[in-house]
Write a protein that binds this ligand. Structure first.
Ligand code: PLP
Length: 400
């Protein structure tokens, strides 16, 4: 099933006045990683917080009156759910959405606020898809697949079309990949521009695409373990896979560490709140790997993040960036010993975040205690300086 620039143009006409034409922002911090200009396509600022409204609306607007009357059903960890719910409200269609039991609360709440009926079921998007299919068969509702449909691919492709208009000299577009709908849409939009590379990015803990592309057919991922819930998809979609395979689109993988550091960098340096999936493109640049041709555009595909998860990811990102130092220090069990240790730490300029006291341990002498300390630092070099200072002062220090 082919999707090309004309299909994307038709979707863009449908989406006029529905989806926001999101801005592209140049980022010096991200450009420095790529060694040339990099612009950020801010779909985190899209309506309902991600690009998903584009595909969902395009697909649903084309349903017949009779299909619309039967209602729609979808399966999603959150962003497609919100896209379908918002599109359904705009089109006056009833929507039922199956979401995994662990779905982020704000995503569930937003989906319900748009008026969709939410059913929490199973532990993954793939479980929810099975439930949504069964619901469609039972009730006659139309299944709005999150990525495996030409209309959805064409709708997502409008992101690529806007990039061409906003950055005509773009040489590389970097796209987060789950089922592949967004990346396939971008490839479709750029079909007449062979001078532009498309690079896909998946989380290493949920990466079905690299093995599937190598094999020439979709192969389910062996595991789905990543903080990037939006791109944790078990099996590539047949429609997007066909497009990405035919165009030889390379798909890279990124670690959890790079995902959290990317999110932190975007918040701190670009002042943009992006969810882990949305930060995958920047994570790929942080990870190094083969250079990309610039000007490059990185699609920040979504910004919906549970504040609790944000807290955890920021901590993870700070630790990955060497901004936290966790260590255990042996001191004599005598009055003033802890104060002396804290005095040495103060002298290094490290900010003590947490102190724990272990008095009983099989390898502790009876006149010793172990102090677990968490210190906020200015980065990896400062961490090394803090450790060296304590060791020079005679302390027995273990990192971690
Ligand atoms: C924020 C975000 N980025 C990327 C993707 C991946 O999109 P696709 O499944 O079309 O590859 C998703 C999918 O839900 C998402 O929510």
């Amino acid at each position: 099933m082919r999707v090309g620039p004309a299909d994307v143009a038709a979707a863009a006409a449908l989406l006029d006045g529905v989806a926001t034409r999101t801005p592209v922002e140049e980022s010096r911090a991200v450009s420095a990683l790529a060694g040339g200009p990099v612009l950020l396509k801010c779909e985190n600022l899209q309506r309902a917080g991600s690009f998903k409204i584009r595909g969902a609306y395009t697909r649903m607007a084309r349903l017949s009156a009779e299909e619309k009357a039967r209602g729609v059903v979808a399966a999603s960890a959150g962003n497609h759910a919100q896209g379908v719910a918002l599109a359904a409200r705009m089109l006056g269609v009833h929507a039922t959405v199956f979401m995994p039991q662990g779905a982020a609360l704000p995503k569930v709440a937003a989906t319900e606020e748009y008026g969709a009926e939410v059913v929490l079921e199973g532990s993954s998007v793939d479980d929810c898809l099975a439930s949504a299919r069964a619901h469609a068969e039972r009730t006659g509702a139309v299944l709005i697949h999150p990525f495996d449909h030409p209309d959805v691919v064409a709708g997502q492709g409008t992101v690529g079309r806007e990039i061409l208009e906003q950055v005509p000299d773009v040489r590389t577009v970097i796209v987060p990949v789950g089922g592949g709908g967004l990346a396939a849409g971008v490839v479709a939009a750029l079909a007449d521009r062979p001078d532009v590379d498309v690079v896909g990015v998946q989380a290493a803990g949920a990466a079905a695409y690299p093995t599937s592309l190598a094999a020439g057919h979709p192969i389910p991922a062996a595991r789905l373990r990543t903080m990037a819930d939006g791109i944790a998809v078990g099996r590539p979609g047949d429609v997007p896979f066909g497009i990405l395979h035919e165009r030889h689109v390379p798909v890279r993988t990124v670690s959890e560490e790079h995902l959290s550091r990317a999110l932190l960098l975007l918040a701190e340096r670009a002042k943009l709140l992006v969810e882990p999936s949305g930060a995958a493109g920047v994570a790929a640049l942080l990870a190094g790997g083969p250079p990309v041709r610039t000007p490059a555009v990185v699609i920040l595909s979504g910004g919906n993040i549970d504040p609790i998860v944000l807290l955890r990811v920021v901590r993870h990102g700070l630790a990955s960036a060497g901004r936290y130092l966790q260590m255990r220090v042996r001191i004599d069990d005598e009055p003033g010993a802890l104060a002396a240790l804290l005095g040495e730490l103060a002298a290094t300029g490290g900010n003590v975040m947490h102190v724990g006291h272990v008095r009983t341990g099989v390898d502790l002498a009876i006149d010793e205690v172990e102090i677990g300390v968490q210190v906020e630092t200015r980065g990896p070099r400062h961490c090394t300086a803090v450790l060296e200072h304590l060791r020079a002062a005679g302390y027995r220090v273990t990192e971690g």
